[in-house]
Design a protein around this ligand. Structure first.
Ligand code: ADP
Ligand code: AMP
Length: 204
């Protein structure tokens, strides 16, 4: 089964994908994670990618699409998290025949609050939220904040989301693949809704 998770940055796509991976045995393939890995290698390619990410801009379509395709080639069961993020990216993966696109709907003001509290554990890669997904006391001191979770970058990421990424939702709506889940409630409730959508699809 091939699922796409769509939604604004900070909507909770990664949080949902981790649980889907666990419950349904689907591989989580996060575009942002793969790009951050490339940046951390400090190669000349990584340095180029970093420039886009630091500003909150999208990394060029051809590169991201190629990177994602490389990671999913020969696989049949996965969740694409944070990809596609533009209509050209969506068009470039038509041949994958994705089964289901789940749109996690969260208003901008909620997303901004999620960015502010998002913290990453550099040892495990796990994501927490200081208020909504509190980390265990013993790891609190080592948590880090993503560089692109700063207010000025967030503004740009949201602008790009509305102009370039949101049309992807309509693209899949027209193809009758889109299911929308309200992403505003607490994590457990959001996941229950997503799980229902996946189970409904599987029972067809
Ligand atoms: P995305 O992958 O869409 O950018 P994340 O999964 O990283 O989003 O979630 C963004 C932040 O919001 C994280 O700090 C996460 O712990 C928190 N979060 C995720 N889902 C919820 C939710 N339903 N309610 C409150 N906070 C959430
Ligand atoms: P994320 O971890 O999903 O919030 O993504 C972090 C950053 O990685 C984004 O702000 C973009 O700069 C870049 N990125 C992630 N996914 C894509 C994509 N599908 N296309 C282009 N750039 C991307």
């Amino acid at each position: 089964m091939k699922i796409i998770l769509l939604g604004p940055p900070g909507a909770g796509k990664g949080t949902v994908a981790e649980q889907l991976q666990h419950d349904f045995g689907l591989l989580q393939v996060s575009a942002g994670e793969l790009l951050r890995e490339e940046v951390s290698k400090n190669t000349s390619l990584g340095k180029d990618i970093k420039q886009y990410m630091e500003k909150g801009e999208l990394v060029p379509d051809e590169f991201v699409t190629q990177m994602m395709k490389l990671h999913i080639q020969d696989k049949e069961n996965y969740i694409l998290d944070g990809f596609p993020r533009s209509v050209p990216q969506a068009k470039d993966i038509e041949d994958l025949n994705v089964n289901l696109v789940i749109y996690i709907d969260v208003p901008d003001d909620v997303v901004v609050e999620r960015f502010a509290g998002r913290r990453i554990d550099p040892e495990t890669g796990n994501t927490y939220h200081l208020k909504y997904v509190p980390p265990p006391e013993e790891i609190k001191d080592r948590l880090t904040q993503r560089k692109d979770d700063k207010p000025e970058v967030i503004k740009e990421r949201l602008r790009i989301y509305h102009s370039i990424t949101k049309p992807v939702r309509d693209y899949y709506k027209k193809k009758d693949l889109l299911k929308t889940v309200n992403g505003a409630p607490p994590p457990k409730e959001v996941y229950e809704e997503v799980k229902k959508v996946v189970e409904e699809f599987l029972s067809k």
